[in-house]
Design a protein around this ligand. Structure first.
Ligand code: FES
Ligand code: FES
Length: 406
């Protein structure tokens, strides 16, 4: 079975019959002979295959070609008139930022995105932003220096053409927001209970919440992966329960989430996640059932990532328990599974850590929102901090490794 696919590649409109299972990377290399797009891991991890789709870097090895219908794709062969790529290529060359060059097309696409999005990025930010692109040769020093050189150079000698690219990128984000508003969707406001922008060795940060207690190891079942967590809140069980059954209030505390419609116990919306090599925007529906007597709620949801077409489903059960000093404990049992190109991540420990940290941020946000209910009206929406999350998890893993080896 094939599907008609029409898209723009490096400014040319092309149309083909393709199998729905063909990945964009294979399509570009085999159909279009654009072999500058390299395939390394083919699992979304190494970043060698990164190309731009509608000016956003994506991993072509886990993106179906048919998901790019009507979109504009830019590969490494398509930057000849790009003023920023000219600077980056020159800097990569003069800073010895490549050896075998296998990672370079993906590195350059990511570097371009960093320079456009983060004009003030320092070395730490550049390294973190590059964490989804692996290089087996250079040790990254030359790559980081080349990007920092271009950033510095653009500060010293601003280039109107690069500024135009920057403003069009800003414009794109604004347009996306406008579309969301026009579609009558409400972006959730989210809070961060602590500033996790610096790499804090403790990374727990929650001022009033004990570190989330791990109740059990993740369990892999045929239905997915289960994570059990609990966290304590300095509020009565009744207060917490009333909030936890209020779907918009729950969603407000979940970074990256938005709601489009809400009918009784059914909610339609989405959540955007970006974490290291993983980037997804799931749209879907969820329903909630409530056991008032046992103060237990079950949230059942499923959704689909817009670009990779991966499907996710989750069943989240939470129970509120009253503990000493009028405080409460929230027990969370989360069963989740991923199907499609992103499925590989569901088994990785790093994603389980990511889910745990999301639960921790969620808990911090509950405290903020219960402490000052008006906060949601006064505080600017704050996006999920993927870099801080990534480094927090990385640090925890390193610490555990060393404490085990003692
Ligand atoms: S080939 Fe490694 S991320 Fe795509
Ligand atoms: S230059 Fe060889 S993998 Fe990066």
């Amino acid at each position: 079975m094939t599907t008609r696919l029409s898209l723009q590649i490096n400014g040319r409109t092309v149309a083909y019959e393709v199998s729905p299972r063909t990945h964009l990377g294979d399509f570009l290399r085999e159909q279009e002979k654009l072999t500058g797009t390299h395939l390394g891991c083919e699992h979304g991890v190494c970043g060698a295959c990164v190309v731009l789709v509608d000016d956003q870097p994506i991993r072509s090895c886990i993106t179906y070609a048919v998901a790019c219908e009507g979109r504009s794709v830019t590969t490494i062969e398509g930057y000849d008139s790009d003023p920023l790529m000219a600077k980056l290529r020159h800097a990569f060359s003069s800073h010895h930022a490549l050896q075998c060059g296998y990672c370079t097309p993906g590195m350059l696409a990511t570097a371009r995105d960093i320079v456009l999005r983060l004009p003030d990025a320092n070395e730490r930010v550049v390294r973190a932003e590059l964490s989804g692109n692996l290089c087996r040769c250079t040790g990254y020093l030359g790559i980081v220096e080349a990007i920092l050189f271009v950033l510095h150079d653009l500060k010293q000698t601003p280039d109107a053409r690069v500024e135009a690219l920057r403003s069009s990128k800003v414009l794109q984000h604004q347009l996306a927001d406008n579309t969301r508003i026009q579609n009558n969707t409400l972006p959730f406001q989210t809070f961060s209970a602590h500033d996790v922008s610096s790499v804090d060795p403790n990374m727990r940060g929650g001022h009033s919440i004990p570190a989330a207690a791990l109740e059990d190891s993740p369990q892999l079942t045929t239905n997915g992966t289960t994570i059990l967590e609990s966290f304590d809140l300095p509020f009565s069980a009744t207060t917490v329960w009333l909030m936890m059954i209020d779907l918009p209030a729950v969603a407000r505390c979940l970074p990256g989430a938005f709601i489009s419609t809400l009918e009784a116990d059914r909610v339609q919306g989405g959540i955007s996640l970006k974490f290291g090599p993983m980037q997804a925007a799931f749209d879907g529906v969820a329903t909630m059932s409530i056991d008032e007597h046992n103060q237990t709620a079950i949230l059942n949801g499923n959704g689909k990532d817009r670009l990779s077409q991966s499907r996710a489903s989750a069943k989240i059960t939470y129970r509120i328990e009253s503990i000493e000093h009028g405080h409460s404990r929230v027990h969370v049992n989360m069963l989740y599974s991923l199907q499609g190109p992103l499925a590989q991540f569901s088994r990785s420990g790093i994603v389980q850590d990511f889910v745990r940290r999301m639960i921790k941020i969620f808990a911090d946000n509950i405290v903020l929102s219960l402490t000052d209910p008006n906060q949601s009206l006064t505080q600017q929406p704050q996006a999920l901090r993927p870099l801080a999350l990534f480094f927090g998890i990385f640090w925890d893993r390193l610490r555990n490794l060393f404490s085990r080896s003692k």
